[in-house]
Write a protein that binds this ligand. Sequence first.
Ligand SMILES: [Zn+2]
Length: 190
Amino acid sequence: MNKSEIEGQKTISQSRRDAMARFLAAILTGVYLSFKWQTKASSTPMISLTDDETFMRMALAEARQGDLPFGTVIVQDGRPHATGRNLCKTDQDPTAHGEMVAIRRFVATHPAEALKGATLYTTGEPCPMCMGAILWCGFGRLVFAASIGELATKLGQIDIRSRTIAEAAPFARISITGGVLAAEALALFP
Ligand SMILES: [Zn+2]
């Protein structure tokens, strides 16, 4: 093998290495862009479980101060805007459930339009009265802790699930997540 043949082989192996490097760079770029896209795609519409638990803990703190242990937090754009707790006895108002109290407080300081697409966190699955109000308000998401069935082991409940009411409202676009910190919500009852 003369000198020019050796140099020729070097050039070939060099160009192979370059091609391999470009190939790897292309794959890594593809993986990175795909990861970036997926991260963006999944973080934009979804709220993480950590956020759900954070806001549910705020609702639980409200529930601890309620006439009955029910609490609610209304979240819009990732921030809490109104809270409510059961005030049926305090206000002598059987409709003063935590959800109704929070909605009334929200609309006292915000335009009602701002409820559209908001998320309502509540420690107990909403009763038909509150679920009707949630749908009329245009909430985009409902997150509750204890279900109607679980609450019924503690106190009287109207046995209609929030999902059943939402499905009966063709205009409603709401996603429902149940069971977030349910054990903590149930533990507030004697
Ligand atoms: Zn209610």
